[in-house]
Design a protein around this ligand. Structure first.
Ligand code: SF4
Length: 238
């Protein structure tokens, strides 16, 4: 079991170092539990790390409600980046609104339009970006480092919670009264777009409810790239 106070101290130190050495830096929040831990640490310390979220147009109402919770709790407006309407219209008219169920390629194209392209706009001009990814979340994240070179975006990527367990995250949230997505209390440990996220059974992998119809090794949205490729255990090990 991790020592939560030591974890919090080292995570604070990482965030302070990012703010001091990599300004301007931004934090990409998915509004999930991990991201609320980082939001709390950044905003309570008044660190100059801008927080944004990708509003894909397919999020649950509970996820969108977190934006108001953050505003109420911290007085902070999370910046929202949305997909280009013409790209969404072209995908939907050509393939259908939910074509992402049909193949991995169709799913990645939807993620590219709704997440990857807006992410590029959100990151433009920054020296570093921060994510709430943890090593224990899935097979695709088992090699995660706290600091990585993000060659695809030409900047440094920080995963300050890489060492945190699921229990650490929830201990921090409860100990500090951090607001969180109501879906976490309804069997959703990992939350993405509504049509691509389902509740999981007790004991299932925390990311089993994301793109559940796909092979586990395919389950990334293209936001986290290594040398322009999706992170997979085999490719990283090789
Ligand atoms: S998670 Fe699903 S709905 Fe959201 S962008 Fe990806 S494929 Fe599209």
């Amino acid at each position: 079991m991790n020592d939560i106070s030591a974890l919090v101290a080292s995570t604070r130190a990482t965030l302070e170092r990012i703010a001091a050495e990599y300004s301007p830096a931004v934090f990409a929040s998915s509004l999930a539990a991990e991201d609320m831990v980082l939001t709390d640490l950044i905003l309570k310390a008044n660190l100059p790390i801008g927080i944004f979220s990708l509003e894909t147009g397919r999020l649950h109402p509970e996820t969108l409600a977190v934006l108001a919770q953050v505003k109420d709790t911290y007085g902070y407006d999370i910046a929202l980046y949305k997909p280009q309407p013409e790209a969404v219209d072209a995908y939907v008219s050509q393939h259908g609104l939910n074509a992402f169920y049909e193949s991995v390629d169709m799913r990645r194209e939807c993620c590219r339009i709704r997440k990857v392209e807006p992410l590029g706009r959100a990151l433009a001009g920054s020296k570093a970006w921060v994510t709430g990814q943890r090593r224990a979340q899935s097979t695709t994240r088992a090699q995660l480092d706290i600091q990585e070179d993000d060659a695809a975006h030409g900047m440094v990527k920080f995963n300050p919670l890489a060492d945190w367990s699921e229990t650490d995250v929830w201990n921090y949230i409860r100990d500090n009264g951090v607001p969180y997505n109501a879906l976490h209390d309804q069997g959703f440990p990992s939350i993405g777009c509504a049509p691509c996220t389902r509740a999981v059974e007790p004991g299932e992998d925390v990311r089993a409810g994301r793109w559940w119809w796909e092979n586990p090794d395919s389950k990334e949205c293209g936001l986290h790239l290594v040398d322009g490729k999706l992170i997979r255990i085999k490719s990283v090990a090789a």
